[in-house]
Ligand binder design. Structure first.
Ligand code: NIG
Ligand code: FE
Length: 421
């Protein structure tokens, strides 16, 4: 008897009772040690009460079981539901005009410094109602979900006033309900200095620390805080103040770090025990080492790298050398990454950042779950949420190989009422 079967017998007593059994399925469990992709060939998955109750080989499924429903998957592959751990899905308007400007030679930084960029989306987002934002975000989120995403993180950051930031976070949650997708929300008030605080960034940081963070907590609008550490945004010193306040209020920490220049953002995130530091094109070896020590996940965003025509790649070899877990995300936003396909990020992670298809897939499953602090998903193991995406493919690498992705043959989502374990 294998360990898997023993585990399941313990989990569910002597007779295995399932709501649903998926038989003859090739399982990419995406667990860390063991065969590539944690693969189990000709496997079976049992689901009970929205959780995985059996994951193993067909040959190891005890005779002594019952299931309300059995579905033969005829050799399809199944993966943990995909997790997009970095998005800015709530916003109004779009920035196609800036895309045209960049094609004519203006840089992202120049556009931002001349009042475009993030601030132009802030203007549009402030005038939109919560319902308008939720409806627009739900359109994007449902599209994302159709490619196999079952969990998405959504940030604020285009409101930059107390009311507009909270409006964005509520809209993000509503969008999740509208698409029946699990959504986590992150406060990104420190995304840009709003026009009314021009030349007074420190005062805006004080407002974030003293008003926006406490109110976000008291209204239960977010579980994490994020900030943009960059010459066109906030200094490490200002961000330290935001993180100190966030820690005091029990928020998890994330950081847009070292995207356009090396301000030591990766190291700063690590110092605060951040769940993740994201972008990281310009991260130094010292930052990577610090992240390895603190267990901070490196979230790579090939969509922004591609759209901005970046040439400096994130230091993937150093991340491997020091043992930093790597995640991949869309960074879906109207400026630097108008992207809604997580599978395209698999392809770009491989072609632009030299990840292996297995590393890329771990980046939108196991490591993406870690980047969000979610221990109940990201791999297919007994006790985890039954969030699964099935594909009619011959091998897992196809998901990174086909440009633009593969249409899932089936998507299974645990009920949204399922509490985090
Ligand atoms: O992650 N880098 C900062 N924030 C976003 C861009 C947002 C925007 O341009 O609207 C990002 O790329
Ligand atoms: Fe971002």
């Amino acid at each position: 008897m294998t360990d898997t079967v023993r585990l399941n017998l313990q989990f569910n007593g002597k007779t295995l009772v399932f709501d649903r059994l998926y038989t003859h399925v090739n399982i990419a469990t995406m667990t860390k040690d063991g065969p590539a992709y944690g693969a189990v060939k000709d496997g079976v998955i049992g689901v009970t009460d929205g959780r995985l109750a059996f994951v193993g080989r067909m040959a190891d499924l005890p005779q002594n079981h019952s299931a309300s429903e059995t579905i033969n998957k005829h050799g399809q592959w199944v993966f943990p539901g995909f997790i997009d751990c970095h998005t800015h899905l709530v916003y109004s308007g779009n920035r196609a005009a800036e895309f045209e400007m960049r094609l004519k030679g203006s840089s992202y930084k120049e556009i931002a410094e001349n009042g475009g960029g993030i601030i132009s989306t802030v203007k549009a987002t402030r005038t939109a109602s919560e319902d308008e934002l939720a409806t627009a975000a739900a359109k994007r989120l449902c599209h994302m979900a159709s490619g196999g995403v079952t969990t998405a993180e959504i940030k604020s950051g285009y409101g930059l006033t107390l009311n507009d930031e909270l409006k964005m976070l509520r809209a993000a949650k509503k969008a999740g309900q509208m698409c029946d997708i699990s959504v986590t929300t992150t406060l990104l008030a420190a995304h840009a200095v709003p026009p009314e605080f021009a030349g007074r960034a420190d005062d805006y940081v004080t407002h974030i620390c003293c008003d926006i963070i406490p109110e976000t907590i008291s209204q239960g609008c977010a579980t994490a805080v994020d900030a943009f550490c960059e010459t066109i945004a906030f200094t490490p010193k200002q961000i330290s103040r935001v993180f100190d306040a966030a820690k005091k209020h029990g928020l998890a920490i994330k950081l847009h770090a070292d995207q356009l220049s090396d301000l030591g953002g990766g190291g700063l995130a690590a110092k605060y025990g951040a769940l993740s530091a994201d972008h990281l094109e310009y991260a130094s070896e010292a930052s990577v080492q610090a992240m390895a020590k603190s267990g901070t996940v490196a979230v790579l965003l090939p969509g922004a790298f591609y759209v901005l025509g970046e040439t400096q790649k994130p230091p993937v070899d150093l991340m491997r050398k020091h043992g930093v877990d790597i995640a991949l995300a869309t960074d879906s936003n109207p400026g630097s990454s108008p992207v809604s396909s997580i599978q395209l990020m698999l392809h770009m992670g491989c072609t632009l950042f030299d990840l292996t298809p297995e590393e890329a897939l771990a980046g939108i499953t196991r490591n993406a779950a870690k980047a969000l602090g979610l221990g109940d998903r990201g791999t297919l193991e007994v006790g985890k949420r039954a969030d699964m995406v099935f594909f009619d493919i011959e091998q897992p690498a196809e998901l990174a190989y086909w440009v633009g992705g593969v249409v899932p043959s089936d998507i299974v989502r645990a009920p949204s009422s399922l509490t985090q374990s």
